[in-house]
Design a binder for this molecule. Structure first.
Ligand code: ADP
Ligand code: MG
Length: 698
């Protein structure tokens, strides 16, 4: 063990185990390990959760009524008043200028701690009581001498501690590390950048975060450390993106006016400005020899499918195959249906790959795809990732992949190097677009195609249920269609009054709307039956469709203008918004009725936001705020290092700056090999390890 310690000598290093620090033995090292602290570097990043600022001590005759006053004096007398309510412990303290009363309410426990003759330092609120200044409930400390430094006793960081390791002990242990920051912490940037960006030195930031000189110093320290954390994260993303672009080649798929107009002729409408803008971005990407890696965001019904089909037809025009992947079979078949609609009488060969397809038939189809006989293959992600081989795959379109992380995407990419277009209808808050999806280029469709009726959303409480049913009856009589969405299919457990789709389909069909055709649709039905019911609904032969969230994706029925969501308080905001996207697709006005009976404040806020806003991006920002980024966004899950101090929502401004600078740096020095970037590269390697394949960069 001694030899180990000698290895580290008297010099500190970031990789030195904390065990070799003064005051840390094997037992304490174990406790540190539980706190996630193994090395000196970890300890430096074990940031306080709070900070205490203590003003310098003043003489008693200099005291003023202030929030925070520190005095040092001799305890002359103590008094415990147990007959008072609350009980009071009182001390008279004197220095060479005067005497001051200190009072602790509920202070009985102090009887054994404070005795006449002790010198104490006390810090707290000074206020007038019967014409004299007194300190009330101050923190205090028995000290050796009157000339002591309050900062050292009370000031500085308060660490997240545990029973076996208190904040004060951590403070003592980290002290010598802080005294050696000069050799431990290397700077990333030159002075001129620091000045321009308004950042303090890295070394000072680490010193001040643990031992801030004052509030201002603390906030400067936080700012610098947050910036660095976000910068390293963005740098990781920038490098990942660079490598994807430069390590792999894709086929260049160029567009021409002729191809463009041939594709546009397929659409029975003019594309919107947003669609045209996004298509231009995609065409530019596909025209390069490096793979496109683009995220297409747009609310439900904003016209993404059309854009995706444009890209697909462009690839097909250049004799490339296209794979369109969706997360579920229902959604895959929906895509197939809408593609079919646009491709009537076209020679483009397209096929839907379903899970039901097995045995010889499947084998035959695989063979055809491999031989290049199909231009467009639609299927689920699982199906298409499994064992399908393409002859000349040029473009992969992935829909609704917001649950996919950066790493899974990298996984997909390994197999081939086609162009990638990822579509999501869940608007991603701008912060997440820059982090979880930070290695992608982002296109946004903001405005939906014209000719959409407004969607009016109402929150319906139990008392208005009958009225709502009557309203719906009127709409159904006018030949409109309705969705009824439930949180679950059946009530198997006895969890009380949650309404379930299967029971409700009976009730609605037999008792509430006997004059209309009401049908049930849910995910566990046999595929053929599901398809049949959806087709009937599409044709207008079913008036009301009762379902679980399967309608969340895929159905596009402009005549369906009513959506009832039962137990709406049980759905998240993103899901409510997504569901609502099923209506408002035609020109008539649509109605979304949220049935909910809840006392939960967050559920109420969610419902309220829904009634107020139809803007998916706005809703997603609310969602992020209501839930906190922690729940919505775990960096680990996305293959990024955890954030210890920065917060992507609150530190948005720093995130933007860090992202810009990180991407600029990679543009200038993609391998980070310039000597002035050595420290950054080392920090990056320490943080990401091999996960970015950065080792070969070093
Ligand atoms: P998304 O995939 O974003 O949900 P879609 O591409 O499926 O949206 O489009 C939703 C509906 O709007 C479809 O019925 C489609 O035919 C129609 N649509 C798309 N683009 C336009 C447009 N430019 N003008 C009119 N209607 C459009
Ligand atoms: Mg769509």
């Amino acid at each position: 063990m001694t030899t180990d310690r000698e290895k580290f000598g008297n010099k500190f290093s970031l990789s030195m185990p904390v065990r070799y620090l003064k005051g840390v033995g094997p037992a304490r090292a174990k406790v540190f390990a539980q706190l996630g602290v193994e090395t000196v570097g970890d300890l430096l990043e074990y940031f306080p959760r709070d900070w205490v600022f203590v003003p310098a001590a003043v003489k008693i005759n200099q005291m003023r009524p202030e929030k925070n006053v520190t005095i040092v004096g001799l305890v002359e007398s103590t008094d415990y008043r147990s007959n008072r309510r609350p009980v009071i412990f009182e001390v008279m303290v004197a220095d060479d200028t005067g005497v001051c009363r200190i009072v602790w309410f509920h202070g009985g426990y102090l009887r054994d701690q404070l005795k006449p003759g002790q010198v104490i330092m006390a810090s707290g609120k000074a206020s007038l009581y019967k014409h004299h200044l007194q300190l009330t409930n101050p923190r205090f400390m028995v000290v050796d001498e009157e000339s002591c430094n309050p900062e050292e006793y009370f000031g500085g960081g308060v660490y997240p501690a545990c029973a076996k390791l208190g904040s004060r002990q951590i403070k003592r242990i980290i002290r010598p590390v802080l005294d050696n920051l000069g050799e431990l912490v290397s700077e990333f940037y030159d002075e001129s950048f620091l000045n321009k960006a308004g950042l303090i030195r890295r070394k000072d930031a680490f010193g001040w975060i643990h031992l801030p000189p004052d509030e201002e110093g603390l906030s400067k320290a936080k700012r610098r450390l947050k910036y660095d954390e976000l910068f390293l994260m963005q740098l990781g993303l920038a490098l990942r993106r660079y490598r994807v672009k430069h390590d792999s080649k894709a086929v260049h798929i160029g567009c021409s006016d002729k191809i463009d107009s041939r594709i546009r002729r397929r659409f029975p409408f003019l594309l919107t400005e947003d669609q045209n803008k996004v298509i231009a971005e995609i065409v530019a990407d596909m025209g390069r020899a490096e793979p496109m890696n683009r995220l297409l965001q747009g609310d439900v019904g904003s016209g993404k499918t059309v854009v995706a089909l444009y890209a697909a037809l462009l690839a097909v025009a250049k004799k490339r195959q296209v794979a369109i992947m969706a997360p579920t079979e229902i959604l895959a078949s929906q895509h197939f249906i809408s593609i079919e609609r646009y491709l009537k009488n076209s020679q483009v060969k397209r096929v839907l790959l379903t899970g039901g397809l097995t045995g010889r038939k499947r084998k035959e189809l695989m063979g055809q795809i491999k031989a290049g006989e199909f231009d467009i293959v639609v299927g689920t992600v699982a199906l298409l990732q499994a064992d399908v081989e393409f002859a000349r795959l040029g473009l992969v379109i992935i829909d609704e992949q917001h649950k996919f992380g950066v790493e899974q995407r990298a996984e997909l990419r390994k197999q081939t190097t086609p162009h990638y277009l990822v579509m999501t209808a869940t608007p991603i808050p701008r912060t997440l677009a820059m982090t979880a999806f930070g290695d992608l280029d982002v296109s946004v469709i903001k405005h939906s195609p014209p000719g959409r009726g407004a969607v009016i959303t109402r929150w319906v409480g139990p008392h208005n249920r009958q009225k709502a049913y009557e309203f719906i009856r009127q709409r159904l009589k006018a030949k409109k269609q309705a969705y009824f969405v439930y949180p679950r299919i059946t009530n198997t457990d006895d969890s009380g009054n949650v309404k379930a789709a299967a029971d409700e389909e009976k009730r609605l069909g037999e008792r509430v709307f006997p004059e209309f055709r009401v049908e049930l649709l849910h995910g566990q039905m046999p595929s053929a039956k599901k398809q049949g019911i959806m087709a009937e609904f599409r044709r207008g032969r079913i008036d009301a469709l009762v379902s679980t969230v399967v309608v969340e994706v895929g159905l596009d029925v402009p005549n369906a203008t009513i959506m009832v969501i039962e137990g709406a308080d049980r759905f998240g905001l993103a899901q409510l918004h997504q569901l609502r996207g099923r209506i408002g697709r035609g020109e008539a006005r649509s109605y979304c009725l949220l049935f909910a009976d809840t006392e939960s404040e967050t559920a109420k806020s969610r419902l309220e936001i829904m009634t107020r806003s139809n803007d998916g991006f706005e809703i997603s920002e609310y969602d992020l705020r209501l839930r906190g980024p922690g729940e919505l966004f775990s960096t680990r899950q996305h293959g990024l290092p955890d954030l210890k101090i920065a917060n992507i929502v609150d530190d948005y401004e720093l995130l933007v700056m860090a992202r810009k600078n990180a991407f600029e740096l990679v543009r200038q020095d993609p391998m980070l090999t310039k000597p002035e970037h050595k420290n950054i590269r080392e920090a990056l390697l320490a943080k990401f390890g091999d996960s970015l394949g950065l080792a070969d960069v070093a």
